[in-house]
Design a protein around this ligand. Structure first.
Ligand SMILES: [Zn+2]
Length: 496
């Protein structure tokens, strides 16, 4: 998850074609260093391992994930590296300490130290790559449409906690960001975007880097960082926006949770009871950002009638967009069958353990179905640039946050069990908020938009209505009339 240093992203249209990715494994071994305390931290996973995670054709890989989301059109392909047996993956050793060690000596310069290491690693990779080859528009910069770099730092990732073990002493926090172009960050010499082969890499406003720690503590064990984080952070690099709640001011705030890669979907797990595997099967992006990115075209519904929703994991994947009286608010419907990456969906149940303490267990769903989304484009466009699309914090235009105005989230899943009278997730006491027993609509179910209330404005169905239309009379009714899993037939009726 994590911060997105120096980038203010909002989702944009991508070219539907493979994008080159360099996976750079970075070891740290300063000259004269004797022990880990001097900042030594070496990579201990193999290049083959990362090749399989990112570029493998079998199973839950980065390539298959983006292919499944885009109907096979968009994925990351190995960048061309000279003199390697493993396409797209390069290992370098820097003769400087791990950035976490540097920051021990220079507290307050953590960004500068991190950026310095990124720049040094790219310089070390330069003899093996012709970066100018990727500057397709000859703009003098590599943009994220042209080239991406995933930097795997030896050591652990702080997103899993600040624990160490006998091999892993130093940590970084997974993030996607960019480097200042001319000034050195925090005055650290060399902490700026490097100019290599005549092009600038990862420069602020032009391109991005994506960075993770080699290992992450998950389910009590250090494991090589799972696909979920990599898919999420690279998502930022190509323009996706976080849709979880940064502020966490309101319990039960309606959000996408596991149902978007940019919510908590990076934690998907096809064997949900095994916490060590959390994040190995990331979840599809929310349909709004999928459409914005060009991964799928919506089927637009303006009229009452019958329509069919096909599984998003299948060949005929579609997303239905039902327009409403507010031109900037609409409902998106998608069919999430438990196939492909959607096998990683799960709910969370409260259980009491043998000591009488309440804990949570995760269990995969037995059956998928339709997930209904309420989109407010105005909110997304206004708040995504300040990274507050789905925030429950107060908003102040001058300080980004903290005043008396709270806005509705821009991208919301309308789980089948509905909202309470304040527009918040219903708490049944049995399942963890956001991880309900059964959020899917299927054959026999009926959806009525007026049982969903906006979290901030407390209006029914929509956040705002044009003149002449009342929240008390407006309703979108969807009957789920036929359901064979991969195809779900619905009847749409709008009362205005
Ligand atoms: Zn993020």
């Amino acid at each position: 998850m994590s911060s997105n240093l120096h980038t203010a992203v909002t989702t944009k249209k991508l070219d539907m074609k493979p994008v080159p990715l360099l996976v750079l494994l970075i070891s740290f071994k300063p000259k004269d260093a004797k022990t880990w305390e001097d900042g030594i931290q070496m990579i201990s996973t193999s290049k083959e391992y990362w090749y399989n995670v990112c570029f493998g054709d079998e199973g839950y890989t980065l390539k298959n994930f983006y292919k499944e989301m885009s109907g096979g059109k968009f994925y990351f392909e190995p960048a061309k590296i000279l003199g390697t047996d493993i396409p797209g993956v390069l290992e370098v050793t820097l003769d400087i300490p791990h950035p976490d060690r540097m920051t021990k000596d220079s507290p307050g310069k953590s960004h500068g130290n991190a950026f310095y290491c990124i720049a040094e690693a790219l310089k070390k990779a330069d003899p093996y790559i012709d970066f100018s080859h990727y500057d397709i528009d000859n703009g003098g910069y590599l943009s994220s449409d042209e080239f991406n770099v995933l930097l795997i730092h030896a050591g652990y990732d702080i997103s899993g906690g600040k624990d160490t073990n006998e091999d892993l002493h130093w940590g970084v926090f997974a993030n996607c960001g960019s480097l200042p172009e001319s000034m050195d960050q925090d005055g650290v010499s060399g902490a700026h975007a490097p100019n290599l082969d005549g092009v600038k890499l990862c420069a602020f406003g032009k391109g991005c880097y994506t960075l993770v720690g080699e290992y992450r503590k998950t389910g009590g064990q250090f494991v090589p960082h799972t696909l979920g984080t990599i898919a999420h952070e690279l998502g930022h690099s190509i323009g996706f926006h976080d849709v979880y709640d940064y502020d966490k001011k309101v319990v039960g705030w309606p959000l996408p949770y596991l149902f978007s890669l940019m919510g908590h979907g990076n934690y998907g797990n096809a064997e949900a009871s095994n916490e060590v595997l959390k994040g190995t099967v990331p979840q599809h992006l929310d349909p709004f950002q999928k459409i914005r990115s060009g991964f799928i075209e919506p089927e637009i519904v303006n009229d009452d009638g019958e329509y069919v929703i096909h599984s998003i994991s299948g060949e005929n994947a579609n997303v239905i967009r039902i327009n409403t009286p507010d031109p900037k608010e609409y409902f998106l419907l998608e069919n999430r069958q438990l196939a492909g990456f959607s096998k990683g969906l799960y709910r969370k149940r409260y259980v009491t353990n043998e000591n009488g303490e309440q804990t949570e267990i995760s269990e995969n769903y037995e059956k998928g179905g339709v997930i209904i989304w309420h989109i407010d484009e105005d909110i997304f466009d206004k708040y995504s640039v300040i990274k507050r699309t789905n925030s429950s914090g107060f908003y102040d235009p001058e300080f980004e946050c903290e005043t008396t105005l709270r806005h509705d989230p821009g991208i919301v899943t309308l789980f089948k069990n509905g909202f309470d009278e304040n527009g918040l997730l219903k708490n049944d006491g049995k399942f963890v908020l956001g991880y309900p027993e059964d959020p899917f609509f299927r054959g026999g179910d009926v959806f009525n938009s007026n049982v969903y209330i906006s979290a901030a404005t407390h209006t029914k169905s929509l956040n705002s209505f044009p003149n002449g239309i009342s929240q008390d009379t407006y309703n979108l009714r969807i009957e789920f009339i036929e359901d064979n899993g991969d195809e779900i037939k619905i009847r749409v009726t709008q009362t205005k």
